[in-house]
Design a binder for this molecule. Structure first.
Ligand code: SF4
Ligand code: SF4
Length: 571
């Protein structure tokens, strides 16, 4: 077992008078997907304690729908079917599922049918409350402590479509992709089969791989008619083109639909599907013994879980360019394969490895710099308003009951400064950007004072070759850090104009900086007009790090026009 707390103590005591944060060498894995099969053994091998909460559907199917995918692949390979390259890798899904099962014997604790009810604490020290039914079916609460949390499930969730979506009574003749795979494992070969894909959304390589493989497998085993209804057959992945062609050669028909299909049940219990064939430009109808609605979508429980964990609906790169592929806005919470089921297995494996690496770093060597530079609360000044808890985009703040004050995790804080600017009691400081440091940079009566975000405006300004007289540029970690006190101080020192330059909404490293800044500026303008300052003297503009010309133009428009000298920070 890694004694991370001891290591952390050694690193931290030199700089912190305060007790160092707790860093627990334990990980909670929520979900038991294929990625979990990679993650759990790797975490155990690093000496970390692991608790796994398989999802409800996963628990029902032993190791999950993804488990049934693993078994499906295994079953088609052991029965002589060719496993498509896109479903094969040194760590095949079937092998990963087996590893996950074996990890129970290696010390991972599995808790079935658990539901996450609450998650407090921060990176290194999460307090998660779960419920699980006891033998009498009564819900029992159980607290779990973990240094990090990984979401590793739900990707291979049930389809969102059902017979009822088409006005058809639910029937055994309509199933979804996991249902089809279970049928295959049981050896059921339908007489005729339709597989419909790309209805809820255009599907990724995973769904396409499984659909093509299943269709080809059944075509080769006596299914008399198989028609795949798709919008665009996705073949841009290793081996998919070959698989698609061999499915066609085995007799599988492909039909391009336009996103709409109507279904009806015939008196004989067949499912009749009617759609526009985009290639032929005419309507086609077919009757099938079995119809599979094969779209893979996130399970419905995912949004609820995200809310409980206080993470944004789009974790990873898809949600914010500043996040790594497995990171979420809440430090210490990682999300695997939430890319709309578009990933390939090797990509999932890479994500799993990345998460293991990041967790090892987080739980074994939090850096001194992070501790030195994190925001800090003066508990004497804190009035317990909880504003900072509500606004911190990274869930880095908790309320310390003993101190009766907010407490910021030195590990989870990302040093954006949003809480500093919003605290009504001025109880929070960011050591690198204290009021003293910022105000010491304010010149006497410049034409323009620019508070510039160091993720966008500062790089844009540093490439700017034109120099403007009387322009003072002050670097801030985020527009959300720009504090009314410092703006008022700039006006007090006689600046003609204040310009806050930040990121565009959606590309803020700290998610909420631009919105927070703009809201604050709106309130501040009202105040300025009351004290006789023209509210238009305070402006917010968004730009990106490579918008050099726009930076120059904004400075010119808002300041004096003499090209001579602009003082950039650190010059
Ligand atoms: S915003 Fe300030 S006063 Fe309010 S809880 Fe946070 S630190 Fe305390
Ligand atoms: S500085 Fe930013 S990340 Fe750190 S506690 Fe404040 S709001 Fe949260």
């Amino acid at each position: 077992m890694i004694d991370t707390t001891e290591k952390f103590d050694a690193a931290a005591t030199a700089t912190q008078a305060k007790t160092p944060p707790v860093v627990r060498p334990s990980v909670l894995v929520i979900g038991a997907s294929i990625s979990a099969g990679r993650v759990v053994p790797a975490l155990l091998a690093r000496g970390l304690e692991v608790t796994v909460l398989p999802g409800q559907a996963e628990a029902k199917l032993a190791l999950g729908l993804s488990g049934s995918l693993g078994s499906f692949i295994e079953s088609i390979s052991t029965r002589g079917g060719d496993v498509p390259e896109s479903l094969r890798s040194p760590d095949s899904p079937a092998a990963l599922v087996k590893q996950l099962a074996a990890s129970q014997a290696s010390g991972a604790r599995f808790i079935s049918d658990a539901k996450v009810r609450r998650c407090t604490g921060q990176a290194g020290d999460f307090q998660v409350l779960i419920t699980r039914p006891d033998e009498a079916g009564q819900e029992q609460f159980e607290p779990i402590q973990a240094g990090a949390i990984i979401l590793a499930g739900d990707t291979f969730g049930p389809t969102s479509l059902g017979a009822e979506d088409f006005g058809v009574e639910p029937t055994r003749a309509i199933t979804n992709l996991p249902g089809l795979m279970l049928n295959i494992q049981k050896g059921y070969i339908p007489h005729s089969l339709a597989i419909v894909i790309d209805l809820a959304a255009e599907q990724g390589k995973l769904a396409s791989s499984v659909v093509f493989a299943a269709a080809r497998y059944l075509a080769r085993r006596g299914c008399r008619q198989i028609r795949v209804y798709c919008r665009n057959a996705r073949v841009a992945s290793a081996g998919l083109e070959t698989l698609y062609r061999s499915a066609r050669s085995a007799g599988v028909e492909f039909c391009r639909h336009d996103g709409k299909i109507s279904l009806a049940e015939t008196p004989a219990g067949l499912i009749e599907a009617t759609s526009l064939d985009c290639e032929l430009g005419e309507e086609i109808t077919g009757q099938f013994n079995l119809l599979v609605l094969a779209d893979l979508v996130r399970s419905t429980g995912q949004s609820e879980l995200f809310e409980t964990l206080a993470i944004r609906p789009q974790p990873g790169l898809a949600g914010n360019i500043w996040l790594g592929p497995v990171q979420t806005n809440r430090r210490g919470v990682f999300a695997l394969a939430v890319d709309g089921c578009d990933g390939e297995f090797y990509a999932w494996r890479d994500q799993a490895d990345l998460a293991v690496h990041e967790i090892s770093q987080l739980l074994t060597c939090p850096t001194r710099e992070a501790i030195d530079e994190a925001a800090k609360v003066d508990s004497e000044k804190c009035v317990s308003c909880l504003t900072c808890l509500r606004l911190c985009p990274h869930g880095a703040i908790r309320f310390d009951e003993k101190e009766q004050a907010a407490d910021i995790s030195q590990i989870a804080c990302q040093q954006c400064g949003i809480c500093v600017a919003e605290c009504p009691a001025q109880a929070i400081d960011l050591p690198q950007y204290t009021d003293e440091k910022i105000q010491s940079q304010l010149a006497q009566a410049p034409a323009l004072t620019v508070f510039a975000c160091e993720n966008s405006a500062i790089p844009a300004g540093q490439q700017n070759e034109s120099k403007d007289v009387g322009v003072e540029i002050i670097s801030v970690p985020c527009a959300g850090k720009v504090d009314p006190r410092n703006i008022l101080k700039a006006f007090e020192q006689g600046t003609g104009q204040v310009l806050v330059l930040g990121c565009n909404p959606g590309s803020c490293k700290y998610f909420d900086g631009p919105d927070r800044a703009k809201n604050r500026l709106t309130r501040l303008r009202e105040m300025l007009s009351k004290v006789g300052i023209d509210p238009s003297a305070l402006q917010y503009e968004a730009l990106t790090a490579n918008e050099t010309e726009r930076f120059a133009q904004l400075v010119k428009e808002n300041g004096t026009m003499t090209n001579d000298e602009t003082r950039m920070p650190n010059q």
